[in-house]
Design a protein around this ligand. Structure first.
Ligand SMILES: [Mn+2]
Length: 327
């Protein structure tokens, strides 16, 4: 614990020294990486830093609700060299996507993360796989900065990150500390229910239609202990929903009482699938994902698979079956 405190002290010191800072989100950015990076952006701007925020992929419609969401730079071809670069919520080189070069060319490389498969090589890193979200780490880091850094916007961004990754404080990674931090964010003046609606609950009509369509085709295996549904390219075309509209559907499958492992396949190109996996204890989503070179958290993980859909389903269902608990 003591060492971890020291790590955050060192990271705060490095960022305080740096003049030009790059913040890098992971590919297909979610609420945690975006909330965390933009919170850091806003806080570091307050103390006079030149800060750029990068992401390989554009941010989804929903996250455009967040303050400073227009600050994202998805252009790889820029030549600035940074005093410090922070990989935010990214555990591996691959998660930095096209932005790895910007990260790697910085004078000091820093990582703030909570993925247990983190293996990113950095000068300073704070990685806590037990913590709810990277946003929670960002809060702990910003406590080392002047009070003015934690204004209402920064608090809102941290709150957005925490609720995204904790499932509105419902996942097992949620702790007393998570709630204590939330209380401090309330005190900073956030409108928590507005953030929860806009970041977590609301769905566009196309996203709603897409979810219903896909959930209606959910298939169950192994005595209903594994549930799986597929988003086909045609589903996106027919409903008009974007790829980010898949969010939450795997959790809906997981909410079925008997289901221990829930899986969604999202066809990103013909016969190429992004796989999202959620599990309930003692089943380990990350173990299933690791079978196919993926990773993530113990109960929420992902990987990629290619091939004809029925073959892909067979492979992932078999792997899920292998990791079901044996009574
Ligand atoms: Mn995260």
């Amino acid at each position: 614990m003591q060492k971890e405190k020291k790590d955050l002290d060192q990271i705060a010191a490095v960022l305080s020294e740096a003049k030009k800072i790059a913040l890098i989100c992971h590919v297909t950015p979610d609420g945690d990486t975006v909330g965390s990076a933009l919170a850091l952006y806003a806080a570091l701007k307050k103390i006079g830093k030149a800060v750029d925020v990068f992401s390989s992929d554009p941010i989804g419609e929903k996250l455009k609700y967040l303050p400073f969401s227009d600050k994202f730079n998805i252009n790889v071809n820029h030549s600035a060299i940074y005093d410090a670069a922070v990989a935010v919520d990214c555990g591996t080189k691959g998660r930095l996507g096209d932005m790895f070069g910007i990260f790697n060319s910085a004078a000091v490389k820093i990582c703030l993360d909570h993925h247990k498969d983190n293996n990113l090589i950095c000068d300073y890193s704070y990685v806590d796989p037990q913590i709810s979200s990277t946003a929670e780490i960002v809060f702990l880091l910003l406590k080392r900065f002047p009070d003015k850094c934690l204004d209402k916007n920064v608090a809102a961004l941290i709150y957005a990150g925490i609720i995204s990754d904790s499932g509105l404080f419902s996942y097992s990674s949620t702790t007393a500390q998570t709630h204590n931090i939330a209380a401090e964010l309330y005190n900073a003046g956030i409108d928590a229910s507005d953030i929860a609606y806009n970041i977590y609950k609301k769905k566009s009509k196309p996203a709603f239609l897409l979810a219903n369509k896909v959930l209606g085709r959910t298939r169950f295996f192994f005595d209903d202990r594994v549930g799986l549904a597929v988003f086909f390219l045609d589903d996106f075309a027919e409903t008009g929903a974007g790829q980010d509209a898949t969010e939450g559907v795997v959790n809906a499958i997981q909410s079925v009482t008997s289901v221990l492992i829930a899986v969604t396949l999202t066809e990103i190109e013909h016969n190429k699938f992004r796989v999202s996996i959620r599990s309930k204890e003692p089943a380990e989503a990350s173990a299933v994902a690791a079978e196919f070179g993926g990773g993530g958290h113990r109960l929420a993980a992902g990987c990629r698979l290619s091939g004809p859909v029925e073959e892909v389903i067979e492979r992932i269902v078999k792997a899920a079956g292998d990791f079901l608990p044996t009574e």
